[in-house]
Design a protein around this ligand. Structure first.
Ligand SMILES: Cc1cc2nc3c(=O)[nH]c(=O)nc-3n(C[C@H](O)[C@H](O)[C@H](O)COP(=O)(O)O)c2cc1C
Length: 299
């Protein structure tokens, strides 16, 4: 729902990612469609799949990604029910955003955002618009959408079916244990994404970084191991790679940037991140990423 942060939305982030030669990942709940992102950039693109109760629509996402030439899919498995997002209740946050007594103060104190929201591109859940009215025509909370639309009955069998239907690189996102990482290998996934959804689901869950070492040790020679959660600085990336991760992902790191300045904001954030990674590699005495290993960490 990047349109909430800036009217340039997902397109700004996808273009900046391409420019910086990194992969962009588009949510099922994006405000720009698979097709529009597909035609806006030829850079590597991942689609994040939420299996909805409407299975036909969910499998159709996969076909749409093939048409739009996405490079990979990741299936998020940590959101069968939504975490209790109390702040949304406090602020009166609903989708599409609406002026209400609760939200009035926030709208009034952010006039530039409010004007852009009212005058620029309309908010819609672009991948499901026309199929699901909640969140586009019909008001709902984010938690309400997740709890009413996501399929809680999904199993490893469904993940295996998604892998078969897609037939290209496929990651399971939200893995937090060695046991689940091994199962991901067994069903033919190409990557596990160690993630606790940025701490937005289960309050007090383990930090993904703390699960990285054991998961790399168990499956790192069979599958790519990607990690996210709190990656804000170049040093965070270097620590994860030194621990054995194949790659890191960032969520809020780019959302703050797109909120501040659209494409220019993300461009600047990614420039800073690259500068930090390169500077810190020099300071660590590393001339290539291959030289990063656990001997570089004090564990
Ligand atoms: C506003 C927001 C929306 C998110 N939406 C999704 C989503 O639709 N699907 C998903 O798999 N993860 C979603 N996430 C979680 C991110 O993919 C990622 O796991 C998390 O943000 C990583 O932590 P970080 O924000 O500290 O980088 C969202 C996170 C934020 C902050």
């Amino acid at each position: 729902m990047t349109r909430l942060f800036h009217h340039e939305g997902e397109l700004a982030v996808a273009r900046a990612a391409h420019e910086h030669r990194t992969m962009y990942s588009l949510s099922s709940l994006s405000t720009t469609s698979i097709e529009e992102v597909g035609s806006a950039t030829t850079g590597p693109k991942c689609f994040q799949l939420y299996i909805h109760k409407d299975r036909g629509m969910s499998w159709d996402f996969i076909e749409r990604c093939k048409e739009a030439e996405f490079s990979a899919i990741c299936l998020t498995v940590d959101t069968l029910v939504a975490g209790n997002r109390e702040k949304d209740l406090y602020t009166g946050m609903v989708i599409p955003p609406k002026f209400s007594l609760n939200s009035l103060f926030s709208f009034a104190t952010h006039p530039s955002w409010s004007l852009n929201y009212l005058l620029r591109r309309k908010f819609e859940l672009a991948n499901v618009a026309g199929k699901i009215s909640e969140g586009t025509g019909k008001l709902t909370s984010v938690v309400g959408y997740m709890n009413s639309q996501f399929d809680r009955s999904i199993t490893w069998k469904d993940a295996a079916e998604a892998i078969n239907r897609w037939g290209k690189p496929f990651a399971i996102k939200g893995v937090m244990s060695v046991e689940d990482a091994k199962r991901a290998v067994d069903i033919g996934a190409s990557a596990v994404m160690i993630s606790n959804h940025g701490g937005r689901q289960l309050d007090g869950s383990t930090a993904p970084f703390d699960q990285l070492g054991p998961i790399v040790d168990a499956v790192g020679d069979q599958i790519e191991v990607i990690v996210d959660g709190g990656v804000r600085r170049g040093t965070h990336v270097l620590k994860a790679l030194a621990m054995g991760a194949t790659a890191c992902m960032i969520g809020r790191g780019y959302l703050y940037a797109v909120a501040a300045g659209g494409y220019a904001g993300v461009d600047r954030a990614l420039t800073r991140l690259r500068e930090e990674i390169e500077r810190d590699m020099v300071l660590m005495g590393c001339s290539s990423l291959q030289q990063l290993d656990r001997s570089k960490l004090h564990c």
